[in-house]
Write a protein that binds this ligand. Structure first.
Ligand code: NAI
Length: 297
């Protein structure tokens, strides 16, 4: 997808931070955008900020954990703007509880929003995106914490973001025949409300380890810049949308560590080789389709 004019986007967690940055950039590029968010205060603020885009921006209060509400939001979107072309599964939260101290309630809470919300978005919107046949794109917000594992208080968060990354990479290959791209968005630090998200979510409890982390991140990249990178990633059908180049060496070192743990090269038996070769060929065919789509559009 190179041209956003007239296309429709649905963005979860779209009323603040990165979601709002993506929404603003898409609106400026001529898209119609539905901004879905759980926080009424964020929605009201975003509506004021985007007043100049009246008619092209629509706001829906939505908890991404609520599958019925997600379906109703999809129906409302179809009524107002027609077919959805871009789905940004972006809503997310942190939870400052170390893995070794986490309760079932903690695991359920963060997985239901970060991963569950992404799954609900896919199950709700993807059938329609495939059916209309006009092509499309999914942007699933992971994190650099979905590439580089975080210890301690960010461990649960990291686990959700690894899951989103795995799901997205697999889905990218699956959707290649449908002309629907999938990008995994992996930002580094961005100046948003993320560090106070947990307190909004459950004011009664503050986890242990995150106290040394800055609550405000004015020094960090601005959401609009992330929005611009997302549009570029959609245009190029990039597998990953990275925002911070300074992670490159760290990622290279991590992958070198992974390779270090492999046993010496070995030759699989003929049957195993046949299965693995078929899998590799399937992946190559799907990647070639994506390359052809990028060249054609
Ligand atoms: P933010 O807190 O400014 O925005 C997140 C929005 O999601 C908020 O408006 C919030 O109300 C909404 N939200 C939370 N739970 C929701 C739910 N259950 N249903 C619907 N909406 C919900 O934070 P930010 O940073 O913009 O977060 C967006 C995404 O970016 C998250 O997935 C986060 O994990 C990810 N991210 C953020 C980074 C950062 O440094 N800010 C870095 C890497 C990833």
């Amino acid at each position: 997808m190179k041209d956003f004019a007239g296309k429709t986007a649905f963005i979860t967690g779209g009323a603040s931070g990165i979601g709002l940055g993506i929404a603003t950039t898409l609106l400026e590029a001529g898209a119609k955008v539905v901004i879905a968010d759980i926080e009424q205060a964020h929605l009201s603020e975003a509506k004021t900020m985007l007043a100049s885009h009246e008619g092209a921006a629509h706001f829906i209060r939505l908890d991404v954990r609520d599958r019925g509400a997600m379906r109703r939001a999809a129906e409302e979107t179809a009524q107002i703007f027609g077919n959805v072309h871009i789905l940004c599964n972006n809503a997310g939260t942190g939870l400052s509880v170390p893995i070794e101290e986490a309760s079932y309630e903690d695991w359920d809470l963060i997985f239901s929003i970060n991963l569950g919300g992404t799954i609900n978005g896919i199950v709700t919107f993807l059938p329609g995106m495939k059916a209309h046949g006009e092509g499309g794109h999914l942007v699933n917000t992971s994190s650099m914490a979905g590439i580089i594992p975080c210890p301690s208080w960010a461990g649960l968060y990291s686990a959700t973001k690894f899951a989103i990354r795995g799901l997205s990479e697999s889905l990218r290959l699956s959707l290649a025949p449908f002309n629907i791209g999938v990008s995994t968005l992996c930002p580094g630090m961005v100046d948003t409300r993320i560090m106070t998200a947990e307190r909004r979510l459950r004011p009664e409890r503050r986890g242990s380890g995150a106290d040394d982390w800055p609550e405000k991140m004015e020094f960090a990249m601005k959401p609009r810049e992330v929005g611009a990178r997302v549009l570029e990633g959609i245009r190029r059908q990039s597998a990953f949308i990275f925002t911070h180049g300074h992670f490159r060496e760290e990622v290279a070192a991590l992958f070198a560590e992974i390779l270090d743990d492999f046993p010496p090269p070995s030759e699989p038996c003929a049957e195993e080789k046949a299965v693995e070769d078929a899998r590799r060929r399937d992946i190559e065919v799907r990647k070639a389709l994506i390359v052809a789509q990028v060249a054609r559009v």
